[in-house]
Design a protein around this ligand. Structure first.
Ligand code: ZN
Length: 172
């Protein structure tokens, strides 16, 4: 510390906040940003600001969207009797690439993980349960990863869902 200009250290610190980016990688990325011409660097900063200001969670499925309700939830062509539960928005993208699934989704934004201090109340579970009240949904497919956390979360949800008259199924 002290060898770098303060704004450079600050930029390195921001990159180092990202998951999987260590101090060395953060420094490498910060130097790349400094090497950009000014207009490109501002485009980069604007893209971060824009994404954060315009994208929020869908009021129904909690996936990221620019609208109040996302394109999948508001589509008339989807099977609204089936909800596929996934850990994060990236999983929805992966499922959509297969083009075989025609139902709806629900994004938990995490998995239950006692090791990391993440409990059920930190996930979008009450938003899922609220969607099962009107008798339309028949099946909830648990598509969390087959890890310890993924299995524990799927089992926890199945216990909550069964009494509501909805069939929980497991996708590995
Ligand atoms: Zn949605």
């Amino acid at each position: 510390m002290g060898a770098n200009a303060a704004p450079l250290d600050k930029l390195i610190e921001q990159f180092a906040k990202l998951n999987g980016i260590g101090r060395k990688s953060a420094a490498r990325l910060a130097y790349q940003v400094l090497a950009m011409d000014h207009a490109n660097a501002l485009d980069f900063a604007d893209a971060i600001r824009d994404a954060h200001e315009k994208i929020h969670r869908c009021a129904v499925c909690q996936n990221f969207t620019e609208q109040e309700v996302c394109a999948i939830c508001s589509s008339a062509g989807r099977d609204d009797t089936t909800i596929c539960v996934v850990e994060n928005p990236r999983d929805v993208t992966a499922f959509e690439h297969t083009r075989e699934y025609k139902g709806l989704y629900h994004v938990l934004h995490g998995l239950i993980s006692p090791m990391e201090g993440i409990g059920a109340e930190q996930l979008c579970i009450k938003e899922l349960l609220a969607r099962l009240n009107d008798g339309v949904v028949q099946e909830v497919i648990m598509a969390t990863n087959p890890t310890v956390e993924g299995e524990a979360t799927a089992m926890y949800l199945a216990r909550l869902i069964k009494p509501l008259g909805v069939r929980p199924t497991r996708l590995a």
